[in-house]
Design a protein around this ligand. Structure first.
Ligand SMILES: Nc1ncnc2c1ncn2[C@@H]1O[C@H](COP(=O)(O)OP(=O)(O)O)[C@@H](O)[C@H]1O
Ligand SMILES: [Mg+2]
Length: 304
């Protein structure tokens, strides 16, 4: 081997040594990097899991607050309704009693008249006490699944809103099939109540009494119970249609609307009853004229 060759070999060997050394170093470096990265990833995973847990907990709390607020709001509404329903019988009782006193003072109170007055007062107090029972049943906090009839829930709701419906000269037309549900009775009443109350709120602004209608229809189709609540108050503006089910969305004055009613209704129907609730605007023909209004449709599966 010549000197030049020897030198070249040496050079080659040195080159391979350096290459090997740097590759080794590179691998070491890569392994180190991998280790740090996987440690970081592990930590990130843990933080992420914790964050998700925290967010879920926060959401749960928010939902609870909303539920309580909705209960308070409907309680406030209820108290308003009780006050409304009580005003008339209370003033009747008061005027019967005062004329009883006057008749007695002038010596004109017959036994017969006295009995009549007292019977009247008893009838009125019976009505007051029935109203209280209605409300108490409604506010019972039982999340129990029971069998009930849709027509009963609608009747309860209309009884609760009877005062406000009649003072606003609203005609309610019912077309309800005999349908049994196995579900949460009070919550279902709450949903119907929210929808009918919204219809009433909208109809208050309709000028002509001949144009104030609420149609409540219930029927079975494709193994689902459907309940439609339609009014003739002009309908929901297109610009807000996709927002009405959001919590706190309201177009009403602060003292009037909370914006929780429809949100709560969709939670109850969707999450607790496995059903759906949708809104639309429809035309209804009443006595030859076409009246436009909002229409809400609840669908609940029947199999249980
Ligand atoms: N029947 C209806 N006709 C017209 N608009 C309606 C009707 N029902 C609901 N809305 C609209 O949807 C909004 C949200 O309703 P809701 O969640 O019950 O809250 P709130 O009644 O407190 O405003 C109402 O403010 C109103 O703008
Ligand atoms: Mg409402």
């Amino acid at each position: 081997m010549s000197d030049t060759e020897k030198l070249r070999n040496r050079f080659e060997i040195e080159k391979w040594k350096t290459k090997f050394h740097s590759e080794h170093k590179l691998r070491e470096y890569a392994e180190e990097l991998l280790e740090t990265r996987s440690a970081e990833l592990c930590e990130l995973n843990e933080t992420l899991a914790r964050r998700v847990e925290e967010e879920v907990e926060k959401n749960r709390e928010k939902e609870l607050i909303l539920f309580q607020q909705s209960k308070m709001a409907s309680m406030g509404e209820m108290i308003g309704n009780i006050a409304h329903q009580w005003r008339q019988p209370l003033s009747a009782i008061s005027s019967i009693a005062s004329s009883h006193i006057v008749q007695n003072e002038v010596g004109m109170l017959s036994l017969e008249a006295s009995r009549e007055s007292l019977t009247d007062i008893m009838k009125h107090t019976e009505f007051l006490s029935n109203t209280i029972d209605d409300f108490r049943n409604f506010f019972r906090n039982d999340k129990e699944y029971t069998v009930f009839l849709i027509e009963e829930s609608v009747a309860t709701c209309l009884h609760i809103l009877a005062g406000i419906i009649s003072t606003n000269c609203i005609t309610v037309v019912r077309d309800i099939q005999h349908i049994q549900l196995f579900s949460l009775k009070n919550e279902f009443v709450q949903v119907i109540l929210n929808l009918v109350k919204n219809a009433v709120d909208a109809l208050v602004d309709v000028f002509d009494d001949d144009e104030k209608f609420i149609f409540i229809k219930a029927y079975v189709e494709n193994e689902e119970a459907h309940v439609e609540i339609t009014d003739t108050a002009g309908g929901i503006p297109k610009s807000i249609m996709n927002r009405i089910f959001e919590p706190y969305f309201t177009t009403k004055h602060k003292s009037q609307g909370t914006g929780i009613g429809l949100f709560m209704s969709s939670e109850i129907i969707g999450k607790h009853m496995k059903g759906t609730i949708i809104a639309d605007n429809v035309d209804t023909e009443v006595g030859g004229q076409i009246l436009r209004g909002a229409s809400f449709k609840i669908s609940i599966p029947l199999e249980y």
